[in-house]
Design a protein around this ligand. Sequence first.
Ligand code: ATP
Length: 774
Amino acid sequence: MAQVNLAPPQMPEGKKRIAVMTSGGDAPGMSGAVRAVVRQTIASGCDAFAVYEGYEGLVQGGDMIKQMYWEDVRGWLSEGGTLIGTARCMAFKERPGRLQAAKNMIAKGIDALVICGGDGSLTGADKFRGEWPSLVQELVEKKMCTAEEVEPFKHLNVVGLVGSIDNDMSSTDATIGCYSSLQRICQAVDFIDATAFSHQRAFVIEVMGRHCGWLALMAGVSCGADFVFLPENPPSTDWEKDMCDIVKKHRTLGKRKTIVIVAEGAHDRDLNPIKPSKVKDLLSNEVGLDTRVTTLGHVQRGGTACAYDRMLATLQGVEAVKAVLEATPETPSPVICIVENKIVRKSLLDAVALTHKVADAIESKDFGTAMKLRDAEFTEYFNAYNIMTSTEKEEMKLPQEKRLRVGIIHVGAPAGGMNAATRAVTAYCLTRGHTPVAIHNGFPGLCRHHDDKPEGSVREISWLDAENWGAKGGSEIGTNRGLPSEDFDTTAMCFEKYKIDALFVVGGFEAFTAVSELRKARSKYDAFKIPMVILPATVSNNVPGTEYSIGSDTCLNALIDYCDAIKQSAAASRRRVFVVETQGGASGYVATIAGLSIGAVAVYTPEEGIHLNMLASDIKHLKEQFAQDKGQNRSGKIILRNEKASKTYTTEIVANIIREESGGRFDSRFAVPGHVQQGGVPSPMDRVRAVRFGVKSLQHIETFTGKSKDEIAADPMSAALIGVRGAKVGFSSMEKVETEETDWKDRRPKNEFWTDLTQIVDTLSGRKRVKKEE
Ligand code: ATP
């Protein structure tokens, strides 16, 4: 995932010497960012350096600033924390420290610095760059350097990468490390959930975030917490009563467990801290619950990076080097951000200033501004969270005539997040006064059972039914590949019989096909003249009209865990290449993004195919790589082959050819993870996006209330798909996507946004791309 600009950098000057450092709190993915910067620098014909231990290394100089070579960063994508170290450095906050840092950089001939850190580190970077000309002048005046020595270093080039688990930087939707941390938190909350359920207990869980409630909010959305406390948006002045009322209400509805999440920096509207112990006392004394407190602490920082963070670190590292190479003395320092699915450069100065404004707004109790200064996404999640937990508040309900019976159906193979979407939509419907109706086992389920088991196949869902579905994999209401065209008459008859006023469809390419069929059949069946929205959900991420389908992130995480384990075994046993077969149908998305995330030697996609020249060139490349591998730099090698990359060169045959042609220098095996890729527990990203997109889908459906069937049928947006396109999330009309953007034969979008990313996999593995005819 993620769009990047792949145009070759426009270099104003010659060879650069680019240093990379990590600073502030460590975050998963930082090592991956260092790997990407080092390799992209070398691939661009420049020299790469690493500054060890953050600004401390810059101030101390000497061996703390080391030249880095290609093999030095081998295997770093799979490592947690930062392998070049990080530190909090007081000396750098003072000018003499920065003066020494400038001297050390000039001594090593470094003219550009890529810094991966949080807002403190980037504030320091910005200050350093602003002061650079005066620091250089001072070095000459104090005779610490000669005028000749400083001549080539008149300008310092600084690029920021946001590495932080808190996701506290304005201007970017995600920081490197935040989704890994969220994954850790959600794992812990899921574990706690089980014991809370067993004993009917309440748990108050404290998560990191001094000025930023992103982790707390997202954990609340993805784990179905009963209440969350965030620094940006403190609860009402009467929060003690509000919280107890909500918890009591959930218990009255039949919930056996209570989870309350408190951000480390949570406070009330007068900035008095809200501590977990206080929340615990309230739940014990006012609600009468057996309540425990769990502080997750540094567990949240630990572990290897999730797929998204590896991808983000890699793409942003590559973009940072390009930004360095394209910079002129006039270019303002950029920070590399991601907005929805697009990697963009923004002004470092502005991003830092905006981030400080959030803290200032909180400080001055202007919480409305604090919320506005976070990304639009944050507010959407906050609203979605409130809708899901504030069960049946009368003031949130629509008038009777605007209430709908909303059919919810899953179509195609299971994908992570399908249940979270269903839970969100159910809660949304109930809050607004609609009736959520589950259609079990897809369209065949609807048609097959409507006579003999009416109550089983189509059922109104209660809040409690769906309440604990958020973290579940698979499909709780059942999914099926069957299409409406198998029996249009019965499908239409059932829609009428169960008074379905609107349809929310969750699934992959089959779901897309199903909605297309229903839309086209409207001319014959009035029952289909209802608003319909499809939420793309498939591990393959091959639904046209969107760059992201829920379930694809869960799949990538399952795949990288699998590949990490295999890589370790390959490195430990002997020189071995694993050829791993990935799912994805005729779309190479999963193979490519997994390739970026694990540092694959090569990725074979159906879009490009496999040919003998390619295999010969890759075998030659492997021989060279193994020849360089020594001692601690030894690492297992992986080639990812999509299941449909070639009819002739199957995964087993590719592995056999590699073994045969290796001349005994290395071994090759193949591995097929198969359905492991559907993942067990859905990833937090798939869960939270399922909630956000589900709620948005229902809001879209509500825009059609009060319209006649013919008016609905005449509006192209009445059959729509929700998706991400570049920096935007929105709806596309099915008619347009079907006719203009769909490759029906190969069941994928005509233009796949990610295809150029294979170039980055190749660049970072040093692989040459060859043509079939060569
Ligand atoms: P996290 O988000 O994980 O806390 P951070 O980058 O915000 O990461 P800080 O401890 O705030 O972490 O900053 C890291 C280092 O950056 C500091 O130890 C210091 O060396 C440098 N730094 C921070 N603020 C400034 C500043 N205003 N001027 C110069 N250097 C600074």
